[in-house]
Design a protein around this ligand. Structure first.
Ligand code: ZN
Length: 221
């Protein structure tokens, strides 16, 4: 199969990356997923990602990235740090500096191994929660850097970059995946699948987007 037809999706089993996976399955003939194990507080996240990949019949590969915990402490991997939004001008407690940069770079090496040209990531500038390596300008810069680093012609796709959560639900619906994404994905910081705990910042963002989309859809119907 040609490089142009193969894609690697950076995949966590959450709403955003699962929507990206459905997008990739529509765009490319052969799709691989890569999931990062960085000692998430909820191993359920990796289990969830594996189940979704299996159900959709795509290759699933876990990369051990626990080494990032040797660099910094954060709320996603440590029980003694509370998950909270950053105060104005501060980053949220879930932040690991440079994490997305590192993960995407490893994903690109994996893509090269798989003979895939395309990389898909669910990063988003609109719901931008303070992560500089999720910004569009960073992704474009990294794309150039990866091509120079490996003498390749990668294309990094960011289908969600300019969408808010409501529009991400709309995209899932357009891909005939709204129910799947709603029921099977895990976005909640407390490890509750589907609609989640309903209280953490991630659940609230997800629910507000879903409510907005469903009410817009209801008005149109
Ligand atoms: Zn939650």
């Amino acid at each position: 199969m040609m490089k142009e037809e193969k894609a690697v999706v950076v995949f966590s089993g959450g709403q955003d990356s699962t929507t990206c996976l459905f997008w990739a399955l529509k765009e490319f003939k052969e799709v691989y997923t890569v999931t990062f194990d960085y000692g998430q507080r909820h191993a359920a996240e990796i289990e969830c990602a594996k189940e979704i990949a299996d159900e959709l019949g795509v290759s699933f590969h876990v990369l051990d990235m626990t080494l990032i915990n040797q660099l910094s402490a954060n709320a996603l991997t440590r029980d003694d740090i509370e998950v909270k939004d950053g105060e104005e001008g501060e980053l949220p407690s879930t932040f690991v500096a440079g994490r997305n940069h590192l993960f995407l770079s490893f994903a690109a090496v994996y893509a090269r191994e798989m003979g895939a040209r395309h990389l898909i990531t669910g990063v988003c500038e609109t719901d931008f929660s303070g992560y500089p390596d999720c910004r569009d300008v960073f992704i474009k810069s990294l794309n150039v850097t990866l091509n120079l680093a490996m003498d390749e012609q990668f294309v990094i796709h960011t289908p969600l970059m300019w969408l808010n959560k409501e529009q991400t639900w709309e995209l899932a619906d357009e891909l005939d995946a709204l129910t799947f994404v709603r029921e099977k994905t895990l976005t909640c910081y407390h490890g509750v699948r589907g609609d989640g705990c309903g209280e953490c910042p991630s659940c609230i963002l997800r629910k507000n987007g879903l409510d907005a989309y469903l009410s817009k859809k209801g008005e149109q119907a």
